[in-house]
Ligand binder design. Structure first.
Ligand code: SF4
Length: 221
């Protein structure tokens, strides 16, 4: 990406360009490389991929596995291309996501999109975005362990279809993807960054770290 364009994106997400980057390595300590030793599951034949995605989406939108289906407006499946090197994982839909049926919309979604654009990613073309929970917890309360346990298999199936080369988890919840050998980098949730703009620079360091991990993997293949 052209440096000037990147600067424009960084300005748009509120990062001070003059700030020292001396602690750029520190945030690496906050990253998690999922260390599952097993190989990723084989991707389905290309002709079957679209059908499997559609079947999974339909299953999620009709799901009644946990009580959250009683209070949601609609399930929030995920958004992005059917194959993408990058997967961004959030916690659960909020009110706006529940209303519109798409993850990361509203102010936090706009900030996430701006951050992703700063490293050359776009939800319409090369990054997939999904939540761990596909239905909104009432009042935006924290997801309960039994809800995560019920819903996580859907995300695992999304990952199997997507075959991402890197995953970026935003928010407090970190999950182990022990069956997959895909790096998982953890960073701040955009909603938190809207409340705490001073930490945007740390999130930017996380994104740069994720990009470097991705490039290392891409170069090694
Ligand atoms: S949160 Fe997940 S498991 Fe619970 S009803 Fe929604 S889709 Fe089903």
């Amino acid at each position: 990406m052209h440096p000037q364009r990147r600067m424009q994106y960084l300005e748009a997400i509120g990062i001070d360009l003059w700030v020292s980057r001396r602690d750029s390595g520190a945030r690496a300590a906050a990253t998690v490389a999922a260390s599952g030793s097993a190989a990723a599951p084989d991707p389905p034949p290309p002709g079957e991929t679209a059908a499997r995605w559609e079947a999974l989406r339909s299953e999620v939108l009709r799901c009644t596995r946990c009580p959250l289906h009683l209070t949601r407006t609609q399930g929030v499946f995920g958004v992005g291309p059917s194959r993408a090197d990058w997967l961004v994982i959030g916690e659960a839909p909020g009110a706006e996501e529940d209303r519109r049926g798409e993850p990361f919309v509203g102010a936090a979604g706009q900030l996430l999109d701006a951050m992703l654009r700063a490293i050359g990613l776009d939800r319409g073309t090369n990054v997939y975005i999904a939540n761990v929970l596909k239905s909104r917890p009432p009042g935006n309360r924290d997801p309960r362990p039994e809800e995560v346990a019920a819903c996580l298999p859907y995300l695992v199936r999304q990952i199997a279809l997507l075959q991402p080369k890197i995953m970026l988890a935003v928010g407090r919840m970190v999950h182990r993807f022990g069956e997959l050998n895909t790096p998982l980098v953890v960073t701040y949730h955009p909603a938190y960054l809207l409340r705490t703009p001073a930490d945007k620079r740390k999130a930017w360091e996380d994104l740069k770290f994720a990009r470097s991990v991705y490039q290392q993997r891409a170069n090694a293949q």
